[in-house]
Write a protein that binds this ligand. Sequence first.
Ligand code: HEM
Length: 415
Amino acid sequence: MEAAELELPFLAMDDAAFCADPLPHFAAARAAHPWLARSPDGYVITDYFAIRELMRDESKFAMPHRSIVSAMEAEGTPWGEFIVTSIQGQTDDVHKRLRDILQPAFTPRAANRQRALMARVIARLLDQWAPRGAGTLSFDFEEFAASFPITVFCEMIGASPDVVPGIRSSMEAIGVGFSMNRALLPRLQEAIGLMQRFADTLVAARRAGERRHPEPDLLDELIASVDSGKMADSELNNLLIFLFVAGYDTSKNVLTLIMYRMTEEPEVYARCAESVEYCRKVVEEAFRYLNPVTSARAVTQDFTYRDVNFATGDFLFLPFSMATRDPRAVEDPESFDPERKQTNTHLSFGLGPRICLGRYIALAQLEEGLRLIAQRILNPRMAGPVGWRAFPGTWGLKGLPIEFDAAEQEVQAAE
Ligand code: HEM
């Protein structure tokens, strides 16, 4: 049966009410068709196992980057070039070469080596945002969470934290670049321009012998790849920007979604202060429960899956974010249980040859962050309404106002 001729449930993924509460819409869609739905811009795979099976063979798909740049009429512009030449926009050999260059710095062991740095960054942020002994405080947790991944990545490449506000505003702009809104183009070009100048200046300073820390870091490794002919200067510039982009909205939105859930789980939250091991279970369950990414693929050759024929040019959405709330894949999916045995594990980092390279960094950052946050931000409670971001792409909260009790002064050890 042709996909185009099927009567399918419709998911209004661009609708504000849908973005605020997508779960019942997915449940209704699954009741109407076991694994497929339609949305304004393409088909949506609603079944956990179908997502896994389809992602097993990427040869019939392309990333949507070129189509999006073309729809935005931005070919040849700084933003358009950034998107199509990014590691995610690249294919085959170039994609593999760039992944191989990054791989050694993104192993679990390499991520673990960054844990002390991550803990230092979050402790510094907590000193500013939740000073000890300050009594009852309130702030927008999303604002707080926004600085964390950018500052960690700045530290990993030896950039000064002074650049964090400028990078953050560029990230906010670039993060909505796939919304197909041409009115955003001037802001996107400006943001990419700022990031390119930042990356060029950083690399030039390092080549001139300027460095903030004596120890070798990720930037040294990437510059060595240029010097040994493995990649071009322009590819290094693009990678540095892409790594900020890939780690920003995703990590910020996950941390904010975790805190949102924790306001409903005071006992779980209080235990997070005790150990990174417990935080690991909470983070794993939080990814299963709600996570931000819906990815997309353009079909590049006709193919049939479960008796449905898809045609070249079709667009498929893969909502990793909703996959592990599917009761056919996870028992009792609505209960948040950090102790549950994770069998059909979450798909938050994607699958296959394009699986997230930064996943171990992201996990280490969330685990270290959550433990220290739980030690310093006590009894968090909602202090106002939340908003929601667009669902396709990187979904999550738009603002999370919380009130909390700041931890007391640390008890000084007796002399
Ligand atoms: C909670 C945080 C994160 C989540 C949920 C996440 C999720 C994802 C997903 C789903 C993909 C695959 C997209 C697809 O196949 O269409 C991806 C790719 C990628 N991510 Fe992450 N990510 C996170 C953090 C990070 C961080 C911190 C970094 C690096 C500092 C990073 C670097 C990358 C890179 C380089 C790719 C492209 C891989 C490729 O195309 O081969 N990510 N991420």
